[in-house]
Design a protein around this ligand. Structure first.
Ligand SMILES: *Cc1c(COP(=O)(O)O)cnc(C)c1O
Length: 489
């Protein structure tokens, strides 16, 4: 028998129990089948759990405490920027005027919301040094896709015959996926001994068919691509465009601008850099910002200001079109806006500098115990290799599982793929030195346990609600029919 905190809410159901009690209705009863087509109506009533209000509250409160989250503990998941999200952002996003708008509402009656999006675009232009932005894409990956479509439109309008887009081997998986979806062939470029783009390899892969290059800056090893101007020059020489994967923007605010480095397009993961609780699939927002010559290709509608009024404009005639219905994940935009304005120019720069400092401090503490293959010039995150540990019997995966028993979320593992047994650590700016010290101690303790008590690591986790799960079963054996047939069950 499982304890009551791990039973399903359906198992807690007792026929006749109610969460709410309403006074008797004074409206006459109408037979719904006289109003709605018979075959659209459910045959049986929904199988909803019958539970009281306190039971519902306790059920979900207990569930929320089983999950690891940033309000509960340290979450050094590399590349994901799991920083603490100030509650003021949620408070502002919960204002009625923001959360109760209807997507089909007349823009006249939602002027404040349009103004917020309009201003956020201007702020993002300033941060990136770009000419125009759209806040429409609802994730970094959708921003990437939009960016590739913009590239494609640019080449189409110029009658350029282009086929390929260059991507470093360390890139996030969404990069090649976006390139393929956008109709191009991804070409891999290697890493040099310093962990940066291998320039001679790049030169050998660029030709007149190169549509552009996608580059993460700083790259997924946490290193600044210090030859970025030369790289941009090589791509621009064949009329290719430079796309910056801006997922690591947390390292650059107030320090370096994508436009100055030669990038033509960049996306920003607002949920990462500008603080919206994320993870488990969302929500997010991935605005893209572009240089002037690409601004006519941005998705419609654009938000424009006409005679002091804000409105949606469909006048961009070379636009790649709409990315989805309505406008985007609006409340994520509100949180980003609130976060940016509460920090201001100086605060944002300080944020990036502290993120870099925290990462370098932690790297230094771990460097004696773990290999750091590319460690020269780390920014806001770093990648260690557990190859030494693997040779003693414990893989990166085991170390990640063991950290759960110390109440930490695991770092990112086995990404980037160009480091064997990689463990990617991003502490973010919002952690204290005590947290960083305690985490380093845990990592060092785990290493010592490889010789003292290896079973402790190999059996981990032992303190979590579930032990080691099959990592792929749910994806490989997804039963779509189950959801389709729920009605009949
Ligand atoms: C997170 C991330 C992405 C994808 O962004 P989503 O918002 O998750 O779609 C792309 N590239 C890098 C380097 C990332 O870290």
């Amino acid at each position: 028998m499982r304890d009551s905190s791990s039973t399903l809410i359906f198992e807690k159901s007792k026929k006749g129990r109610d969460g709410v009690s309403l006074p008797p209705s004074e409206c006459p009863n109408i037979d719904i089948s006289t109003k709605i087509n018979q075959n659209l109506l459910r045959k049986k009533s929904l199988d909803l759990p019958a539970v009281s209000e306190p039971e519902v509250v306790r059920h979900y409160t207990n569930l929320s405490a089983k999950n690891h989250h940033i309000d509960k503990g340290f979450y050094p998941l590399g590349s994901c920027t799991m920083k603490y999200n100030p509650k003021i952002n949620d408070f502002i996003a919960s204002f009625d005027g923001f959360k109760n708008i209807h997507p089909l509402q007349n823009p006249e009656s939602a002027q404040g919301c349009l103004e917020l999006m309009f201003e956020l675009e201007i702020i993002l232009n300033k941060i990136t040094g770009m000419h125009s932005s759209t806040v429409q894409p609802s994730a970094g990956s959708q921003g990437e896709y939009a960016g590739i479509l913009v590239m494609s439109k640019y080449h189409e309008v110029k009658n350029n015959e282009k086929k390929t887009i260059i991507i470093p081997e360390s890139a996030h998986g969404t990069n090649p996926a976006s390139v393929v979806l956008g109709g191009y062939e991804p070409i891999k470029v290697g890493t040099d001994s310093r962990g940066r783009v291998d320039i001679s390899d790049l030169k050998s892969k660029v030709d007149k068919y190169t549509a552009g290059m996608m580059l993460t800056q700083p790259n997924t090893l946490g290193l600044f691509e210090d030859h970025i101007e030369e790289i941009s020059g090589i791509i621009h020489d064949v009329d290719g465009l430079m796309y910056m994967d801006g997922a690591n923007l947390n390292a650059l605010l107030g320090i370096a601008k994508p436009s100055v480095m030669g990038f033509d397009i960049t996306h920003i993961n607002l949920h990462k850099t500008f603080s919206t609780p994320h993870g488990g699939g969302g929500p997010g927002a991935g605005p893209i910002c572009v240089v002037e010559k690409l601004s006519n290709f941005l998705p419609n509608p654009r938000i424009v200001k006409n005679n002091g009024k804000f409105e949606f404009s469909f006048k961009n005639k070379d636009s790649i079109g709409r990315l989805h219905s309505y406008y985007g994940n609006f409340l994520v935009l509100v949180r980003a806006y609130s976060y940016i304005l509460s920090l201001g120019d100086e605060g944002l720069e300080k944020m990036s500098r502290v993120a870099i400092l925290n990462a370098n401090y932690l790297k230094k503490k771990l460097q004696e115990t773990y290999d750091v293959p590319y460690s020269n010039g780390s920014m806001h995150e770093f990648v260690i290799s557990a190859l030494k540990q693997k040779n003693r019997g414990v893989k990166a995966l085991d170390i990640a599982k063991s950290l759960l028993d110390y109440n930490y979320h695991s770092p990112t593992i086995y990404f980037p793929i160009n480091v064997a047994e990689s463990i990617m650590i991003e502490p973010t700016e919002s952690e204290s030195i005590d947290t960083l010290d305690a985490f380093a101690d845990a990592m060092i303790e785990i290493d010592k346990d490889i010789d003292r008590n290896p079973d402790k690591i190999l059996d981990a986790p032992t303190t979590t609600p579930v032990r080691r799960l099959n990592e792929t079963k749910a994806n490989r054996e997804i039963d779509v029919n189950y959801f389709l047939s729920v009605d009949e069950k």
